[in-house]
Design a binder for this molecule. Structure first.
Ligand SMILES: Nc1ncnc2c1ncn2[C@@H]1O[C@H](COP(=O)(O)OP(=O)(O)OP(=O)(O)O)[C@@H](O)[C@H]1O
Length: 290
């Protein structure tokens, strides 16, 4: 489900940390839970009575972990991301972020959606720099730190294979390139959490696979705790440390899987028996949901 309103709200809430601290120590202790769901439930107003979308979610995400959430359409995956971001606090149970209950919009989140929204009048570099330019505390020092920020942005652009395209405008980029740029923008302020809602769903199969490699590179580069919503089970296995399967509405986690394939994972890993086995394991549990 696309949520353009959420995009602009979240992108306007980005607040950064000290960019000089190394990624592995910025956000917490590896192996420790950074996000915890305890008996989380969600209802939306229905025609007569409220409709229960999520019944009872209980799981946690560790510092620097890459987690994918999969499940049937309408089971509440996008709703879950809205709860994590703090845009929807009207739910049962508690979601803890860094041991604190989430009671409102989280300050330091990066988000990317199916349709990357880049400002057409800004070139790629300036689109990536946007969060630093408009949001405190960076806004205050943006001009004096511009050279350092540009270096960080160019570094990110190189990581996603967009070196040389910093001066190109969005209309000069392909859909895949725009999505790469939007991921750089989501990460430029070094967020503590990266939330991805079907970011590659609109891309063709080959471009999508390139994006998996690119996202893996970015994630290894930044060590940012990440949650990906996807319908693509191969994508989930390729990228994740852990996959959670949500059941049909009213949903809960019906299965979880640790993906212990070594990293960095080359695309050829998708051809191995181990990979196929993991994909069919997840598929088996999703099938139960339909
Ligand atoms: N603000 C809202 N008010 C009422 N109902 C809503 C609201 N947002 C979502 N829903 C409903 O809640 C259910 C779950 O929606 P959600 O978008 O979270 O599911 P999803 O798992 O992300 O679906 P998909 O995989 O199709 O994108 C859907 O039936 C949707 O219509």
């Amino acid at each position: 489900m696309q949520t353009p309103g959420v995009e602009s709200m979240l992108e306007s809430q980005m607040v950064a940390q000290d960019p000089s601290s190394p990624p592995s120590t910025r956000h917490g202790i590896p192996g420790q839970p950074v996000l915890e769901f305890r008996h989380v439930s969600l209802q939306y107003p229905g025609k007569g009575a409220p409709v229960t979308i999520i019944r009872d979610l209980n799981f946690s995400v560790e510092h620097s972990e890459f987690v994918s959430i999969v499940g049937p359409s309408g089971c509440g995956k996008t709703s879950l991301l809205k709860m994590v971001s703090g845009l929807n606090t009207n739910h049962g149970g508690t979601i803890y972020f860094q041991s604190q209950p989430i009671n409102g919009p989280l300050k330091n989140v990066g988000m990317a959606f199916q349709n990357p929204v880049l400002l057409p009048w800004r070139n790629t570099l300036k689109n990536v720099l946007l969060p630093l330019e408009v949001v405190q505390p960076h806004k205050r020092t943006f001009k004096q730190n511009l050279a350092q920020h540009e270096k960080s942005a160019l570094d990110l652009l190189a990581t996603v294979g967009l070196d040389g395209f910093q001066n190109a405008y969005p209309w000069q980029l392909s859909g895949g390139m725009r999505q790469r740029a939007s991921l750089c923008r989501a990460l430029i302020h070094q967020p503590e959490l990266l939330l991805l809602d079907e970011p590659f769903a609109a891309l063709d199969a080959f471009t999508r696979e390139d994006m998996w490699e690119m996202l893996q590179r970015l994630w290894m580069h930044t060590a940012c705790t990440s949650i990906l919503i996807t319908h693509d089970l191969r994508e989930a296995v390729f990228l994740s440390d852990t996959i959670y399967v949500m059941g049909p509405r009213p949903s809960e986690i019906i299965f979880s899987l640790k993906v212990d394939l070594p990293r960095p994972r080359p695309l050829e890993i998708c051809l191995t028996d181990d990979f196929h086995h993991l994909v069919s394991e997840v598929r088996k549990h999703i099938r139960r949901s339909y």
